[in-house]
Ligand binder design. Structure first.
Ligand SMILES: [Zn+2]
Length: 441
């Protein structure tokens, strides 16, 4: 049996990629017209393959009375049926359009939206396709010589491994697989590794970046001594005000990646922090009205729906992410023309106070502007709540004076326009897995 590397060497660059991507192209400097033409052809290939080789998609397309030939322009994507989380939960192999033996890796969703597990299988061919597609060197900006501390979880889901691969093989940088709160990975140990290896790039979640910063304080290490060029944040969203705190603490720019296990990378933020540039080489992103399923115009908030253009063996067509957002097609101030995505949190996390619904990031924005409030908090919102209860730690060095809770509540109430109550606690439990900011107790 030939080794994997022998097989890789024998794999040819598919004609689709040959046709659209010049050897030295980057996705950022390609014309949108060409990228759209690529998207249309790639979509056609994905749908054709799904129709021919996946029972699941064939049945769905037949039920929707669509055949691959109906995809004549990019907008025709709206004629295709959606794929939902519940469908993926039915069977780990449901999307297979290849032999099961060809699956090289199966990721497991972190399960934050509850229910049965979602599995995402990958073949070597699809990895290879992604590897051959041009990168985003201006936006990602990780290069040889960089030392990247990867403090994302490596197990089950894809986040740690995905960035590991991007930084090590895509960017040719040095990667430290620090992990995030795994069996061997503690914030203190990770900080000691930082002390020794002096990373220039850190990738982690917003909340874990705070846990690491606290660990640094506890062992007396000054983060300001690190030669950091950037902190990358992903896995959870956060408000601009929270991000500013992260940037202050780490003394560098903090930019976001947006992606999911199922859909892969769907957005990369530039230094201008004006939305996530959509990698049109990999995904087709739509915004859909969650109640009517209608495709929305730029600027209208709805559910983010993604079609993976480079997954041929386990296709994902019009996947409903349950994340909310909107798009802006205008060219960014950074000069990159890729359209931008703006996030508004997850549907399940929306906070309802009385009749008003809020994105948790919107509420966090005002909360994090209160200097007396620390970096750890929870919004306590039982069903039918008429008051926004905020449980917070007070910022280090701030005196818990009488009347402080009332003063914070009235400031928050002034900003968000609904009744607020503050509970000041000694310590909010530090999360072992994904941080939950909204609790329903
Ligand atoms: Zn930009």
């Amino acid at each position: 049996m030939s080794s994997f590397f022998d097989q890789l060497r024998r794999m040819e660059k598919p004609p689709l990629l040959e046709k659209y991507f010049e050897p030295d192209a980057t996705v950022e400097n390609m014309s949108l017209e060409k990228l759209r033409a690529f998207q249309l052809e790639a979509l056609g290939m994905v749908v054709t393959r799904a129709f021919r080789r996946s029972e699941f998609y064939r049945a769905k397309l037949m039920a929707a009375q669509v055949v691959p030939e109906d995809i004549e322009e990019l907008e025709d994507v709206s004629r295709l049926p959606f794929t939902t989380k519940d469908e993926l939960r039915q069977d780990p192999w449901i999307t297979l359009a290849c032999f099961k033996d060809d699956i090289a890796l199966v990721h497991v969703a972190t399960g934050t939206t509850s229910g049965k597990e979602i599995y995402v299988p990958w073949t070597w061919q699809d990895f290879y396709l992604n590897e051959l597609t041009p990168a985003l060197p201006y936006l990602v900006d990780v290069r040889p010589g960089d030392i990247c501390l990867n403090a994302l979880p490596y197990e089950m889901s894809s986040s740690g491994l995905a960035f590991h691969k991007v930084f090590m093989s895509g960017c040719r940088a040095t990667v430290i697989p620090a992990g995030k709160a795994g069996a061997y990975s503690t914030p203190e140990k990770t900080v000691r590794v930082m002390q020794d290896l002096k990373p220039t790039i850190i990738i982690t979640t917003p909340s874990y970046s705070m846990a690491l910063a606290e660990a640094a304080v506890s062992i007396g290490f000054d983060l300001g001594t690190l030669p950091l060029r950037r902190v990358w944040l992903t896995g959870e969203g956060c408000s601009f005000a929270f991000r500013e705190r992260v940037e202050r603490i780490w003394g560098t720019k903090a930019n976001f990646y947006y992606g999911s296990l199922e859909g892969g990378g769907m957005g990369v933020e530039c230094d201008h922090h004006r939305g996530y540039h959509i990698p049109m080489s990999h995904v087709l992103v739509e915004i859909v009205d969650p109640s009517t399923d209608r495709v929305l115009e730029p600027g209208e908030i709805g559910e983010i729906v993604v079609t993976c253009l480079l997954r041929w063996d386990t296709p994902l067509i019009r996947y409903r992410t349950q994340d909310l957002g909107y798009t802006d097609p205008d060219i960014c101030t950074c000069g990159v023309a890729l359209p931008r995505l703006f996030l508004r949190g997850r549907q399940v996390d929306q906070v309802k106070i009385g009749q008003v619904e809020f994105s948790p990031f919107y509420l966090e924005e005002f909360l994090m502007r209160l200097p007396e409030v620390g970096n750890w908090y929870e919004f306590v919102v039982p069903p039918g709540a008429s008051t926004l209860k905020v449980r917070v730690e007070i910022a280090p060095g701030v005196e818990k004076s009488p009347g402080l809770a009332e003063r914070l509540a009235s400031q928050m109430e002034f900003s968000v326009g609904v009744p607020c109550a503050f509970e000041l606690v000694e310590s909010i439990r530090r999360p072992k897995s994904k941080t939950i900011r909204v609790v329903k107790e």
